[in-house]
Write a protein that binds this ligand. Structure first.
Ligand SMILES: [Zn+2]
Length: 119
């Protein structure tokens, strides 16, 4: 009974805090990340890796492209205009799902134009 409760607690903790600081391994939630875009514990500015951002952006563009293309085939101006709005909404929803299912790996980086090696 106690073991099952502990396992359940661990799952809740993992779901609620999907992000891990690359330097101090502190786990935290998306809400705390978007507050300051840095690790809440060691205050090092962190961001999503380049590969993750590329995948997120290209998935969004593919979704918008597919929906707008489908609307273009119907040859209706209003349909194309609506499809652009709909495509944007659907793309954001798909990106949110990816965010939840595959949490990004964070990388430490320097703020502004100064790039430092932090490790
Ligand atoms: Zn940290």
């Amino acid at each position: 009974m106690n073991q099952r409760r502990q396992a359940f607690r661990r799952i809740i903790k993992r779901r609620g805090r999907p992000l891990t600081c690359p330097l101090c391994n502190f786990k935290f939630s998306f809400r705390r990340y978007f507050k300051g875009r840095c690790c809440p514990k060691c205050k090092v500015p962190v961001g999503f890796s380049l590969g993750y951002r590329v995948v997120l952006t290209s998935v969004g563009l593919v979704v918008v492209g597919k929906i707008v293309y489908t609307a273009l085939l119907t040859r209706s101006f209003v349909g194309v205009m609506l499809s652009m709005v709909l495509g944007l909404v659907v793309a954001l929803a798909v990106q949110a799902v990816i965010f939840r299912k595959f949490p990004p790996k964070l990388q430490a980086h320097a703020e502004g134009q100064i790039w430092l090696r932090l490790r």
